[in-house]
Design a protein around this ligand. Structure first.
Ligand code: ATP
Length: 594
C-alpha cells in the first residue's frame, strides 16, 4: 500500500458518526452510552442505509451490526414522521430468529429513542402472545415492530395485521442474524411475508457468516443490493474469530475435564466474567453442583427455562451480579422442540419422549450480546465448527478483548481438527490460531485431583436430575412473578438471584479455599499475573465497560508473556497473532449483485 492509500485508509478509520451524517440527537445518545466512534461495519453501512439502498452486511460477531442498522433506521423515522399520512401497519419491521434477540434489539432501540426524546413507538411481538394481546400491542400502529418471522406470519394469518396495510405502510424490512433465520425453520414464514413486501420497501440483511442460506434470502427479498463484506469475515479464513480474542486449548481425557476446569477457575488462571458452554443441560447441572462444593457460584441458562427467567438471568449476568454462567446452546444434542403460538399452528410438534419442553425460539449463543465476558470456556466442544465461531463470538465484542479455552478430549479430536481447518490451520503445522493454554501446569492439575474426583463422585446422576427438576420448578414459579415485576420495574435486577445453591449438601469449608501448600510456585505466579493483568486492564465488573474503556494493552497480557508449560509453542502462537493484530485493515468490498 502506498502512502496516499494509507492516508486515505487512516482518514476513513477516523471518520466520526457526525461525518457519516448521523443525527446529532443520536450522537448525543451514543455518547451517553460511551460509544464515541463508529466500528468499520457502521462506517460503511450507515451512509448507504441513509441513502435508501438495499444492503447485505456481513461482519463478524460483535462488530456492531445492530447499531449499523438501528441508527439510520431511527434517523429516517425521526425525519419522516408526517401527521397527515396515517399508516395502518408499522413502517419498519425487524425480524430476528429468537426471542432473546427480540428483547435485546428492543432494549437497544428503546434506550436510544428514550435518550433522543422523540415520539416513536417500538414494540416487540412474540409467539407467546395471544391474538388479543397482539392486537392491543399493534394498536396505533407502532412505527417499528421487532419480532420473529413465525410470529408475523401468525399476525397475518389471524388478520391482526392486514396484508394490504403492509403493502401500503412498510418502508423498511430488516433481517437480523439472517444466516440463522432459515436454520430456525422460518423459510415458509418469510416466503409468505415477502409476497406482501412492496417493491419500494428498503431491505437490509445483516449476518455474521456467509452461507447458502444468506444467498437464498438475498434472492428472495433484496433488489440489487449493496454487498458489504468486511474482509475479516468473508475472504480470509484466519479472521473468522475477532482479532482481539485469543484462542487456547487444553487436551485432556473427558473424565479429567472437571479437574481441569476447577483448576482454571479456582486457581484464577482465567479472567472473569466467564461463560462456560456444555452440550447438554444435564452436564450444565453437573458442573453447577460440582462448582458449588468448591464455593464457586454459577447460574445455568438453557432452552428449558421459562422465557422471563432466561431474560432475567441474562440481565443479571450482564449487570455483573455473578461471574460464571453455564450455558447449553441451542444446536446441541438435546435438540429443540418446536413450540409456537397458542393458536395451534402447524409448527407445534410435540415429542412425547421428551420430559421438558424446549423453546424453539431460544437462542443463547447466536447474536446475544453478553456484556464484558472475558473468557469463554468450551467445557465440551460444540458439534459444528460454525457453533465454535458463534460461541467464541460471545467475548471480544466491539473494542473489548477476550480469550477462549477449549477442553478437548480424544473423542473430540475430529471436531477440533474441523474447527482448526475452518480457521485456516494446516494439519502439519504448529497451531497458529489456537495455542495450548500456557498457564495451567500438570502439577496444578494434580494438586486438585484428589478433591475434584472425590466431589465429582458425589455429584450423581440422581443429584443432577433432582437439581435440574428443582431449578425448573423454581424458575417456573418465579417466572410469573418476574414477568409482572419487570413490567413495573424494568431495571430491578435483585428480585431473584439465579446463582443460588441447588445442592442439598452444604459445601465442606475445607474445599472453599485451596491451601497455599497445594499450589506450586509456578501456578501461584501465573495466578498473580492474571490478577495483576486484570487490574491493569481495568477489567473489573464495575469498570470494564463498553467501547474503548476496556481496551486491550497487549504488552500487559499475561497469556502472551508468561508460560507455565510449553513456552516455545505458546510463544509462537502468541507472537504470530501479535504480528497479525497490528494489521488492522478495515477494507470493505462494495459491489452490485448481478
Ligand atoms: N461504535 C461502537 N463503539 C463501541 N461499542 C459498540 C459500538 N457499536 C456497538 N457497540 C457495542 O458492541 C457490542 C456488540 O455489538 P452488536 O451486538 O451489534 O454486534 P453484532 O455484530 O450484532 O454481533 P453478533 O453477530 O454476535 O450479533 C454491543 O455491546 C454494542 O453496544
Amino acid at each position: 500500500m502506498n502512502k496516499v492509500e494509507e492516508r486515505a485508509e487512516e482518514e476513513e478509520e477516523e471518520q466520526s458518526f457526525e461525518e457519516l451524517g448521523v443525527d446529532p440527537r443520536l450522537i448525543r445518545a451514543l455518547t451517553k452510552k460511551s460509544i464515541l466512534k463508529p466500528t468499520p461495519i457502521q462506517r460503511v453501512a450507515i451512509p448507504l442505509i441513509l441513502e435508501g439502498k438495499d444492503v447485505v452486511a456481513r461482519a463478524k460477531t460483535g462488530s456492531g451490526k445492530t447499531f449499523a442498522y438501528l441508527l439510520p433506521l431511527l434517523q429516517k423515522l425521526f425525519t419522516s414522521q408526517s401527521p397527515s399520512t396515517k399508516n395502518l401497519a408499522p413502517t419498519a419491521l425487524i425480524l430476528v430468529p429468537t426471542r432473546e434477540l427480540c428483547q435485546q434489539v428492543c432494549s437497544e432501540a428503546n434506550s436510544l429513542i428514550e435518550l433522543c426524546r422523540v415520539q416513536l413507538r417500538l414494540v416487540q411481538l412474540t409467539s407467546s402472545m395471544s391474538v388479543s394481546e397482539l392486537k392491543t400491542t399493534l394498536a396505533g400502529p407502532p412505527e417499528i415492530v421487532v419480532s420473529t418471522p413465525a410470529c408475523i406470519q401468525t399476525c397475518l394469518k389471524n388478520g391482526v395485521i392486514q396484508a394490504k396495510a403492509v403493502q401500503d405502510s412498510l418502508s423498511i424490512l430488516i433481517l437480523d442474524e439472517a444466516d440463522l433465520l432459515l436454520s430456525y425453520g422460518y423459510e415458509d414464514d418469510l416466503k409468505a411475508l415477502t409476497s406482501h413486501v412492496p417493491r419500494r420497501c428498503q431491505c437490509l440483511l445483516m449476518s455474521a457468516t456467509s452461507s447458502s442460506d444468506v444467498e437464498k434470502l438475498k434472492k428472495l427479498i433484496l433488489h440489487n443490493p449493496y454487498i458489504l463484506t468486511l474482509p475479516e469475515v468473508g475472504d480470509t479464513k484466519d479472521d473468522i474469530i475477532p482479532k482481539n480474542v485469543q484462542q487456547f486449548y487444553i487436551s485432556c481425557a473427558a473424565r479429567d475435564k472437571l479437574v481441569h476446569i476447577l483448576a482454571l477457575l479456582k486457581l484464577e488462571l482465567v479472567q472473569k466474567k466467564v461463560l462456560i458452554f456444555t452440550n447438554s443441560i444435564d452436564m450444565s447441572f453437573r458442573l453447577k453442583l460440582f462448582f458449588e462444593q468448591f464455593g464457586i457460584k454459577s447460574a445455568v441458562l438453557n432452552a428449558e427455562l421459562p422465557q422471563s427467567s432466561r431474560l432475567h438471568i441474562l440481565e443479571e449476568f450482564n449487570a455483573g451480579l455473578f461471574d460464571y454462567l453455564i450455558a447449553t446452546d441451542e444446536s446441541q444434542s438435546e435438540g429443540k422442540e418446536q413450540v409456537d403460538d397458542q393458536n395451534g399452528s402447524e409448527r407445534k410438534k410435540s415429542k412425547k419422549h421428551r420430559k421438558h419442553k424446549l423453546d424453539a425460539e431460544f437462542g443463547v449463543v447466536r447474536g446475544i450480546d453478553f456484556k464484558n465476558v472475558y473468557t469463554v470456556i468450551n467445557f465440551e466442544m460444540p458439534q459444528t465448527a460454525a457453533g465454535y465461531v458463534h460461541r467464541i463470538g460471545r467475548t471480544g465484542r466491539a473494542y473489548n478483548t477476550g480469550a477462549s479455552v477449549s477442553l478437548v478430549s480424544a473423542e473430540e479430536t475430529e471436531i477440533f481438527e474441523e474447527i482448526k481447518s475452518l480457521l485456516g490451520e494446516n494439519e502439519d503445522k504448529v497451531s497458529q490460531f489456537i495455542a495450548p493454554f500456557p498457564l495451567l501446569s500438570k502439577n496444578a492439575v494434580e494438586s486438585l485431583r484428589y478433591r475434584a474426583e472425590d466431589v465429582a463422585r458425589s455429584v450423581t446422576k440422581i443429584a443432577v436430575r433432582e437439581s435440574r427438576a428443582q431449578d425448573l420448578r423454581n424458575e417456573i414459579l418465579n417466572s410469573e412473578k418476574l414477568k409482572a415485576h419487570f413490567q413495573d420495574n424494568p431495571k430491578d435486577l435483585d428480585l431473584l438471584k439465579h446463582d443460588k445453591m441447588l445442592s442439598k449438601k452444604a459445601p465442606a469449608p475445607h474445599l472453599r479455599d485451596v491451601p497455599d501448600y497445594l499450589v506450586d510456585p509456578t501456578t501461584q505466579e501465573a495466578s498473580k499475573i492474571v490478577k495483576l493483568a486484570r487490574a491493569a486492564m481495568g477489567n473489573t465488573n464495575a469498570s470494564r465497560g463498553k467501547g474503548s474503556k476496556g481496551r486491550f494493552k497487549r504488552s500487559r497480557d499475561p497469556l502472551k508473556t508468561f508460560s507455565a508449560e510449553a513456552p516455545k509453542r505458546a510463544g509462537k502462537g502468541g507472537m504470530k497473532r501479535k504480528a497479525k493484530d497490528t494489521d488492522n485493515g478495515h477494507k470493505y468490498k462494495k459491489k452490485h449483485s448481478a
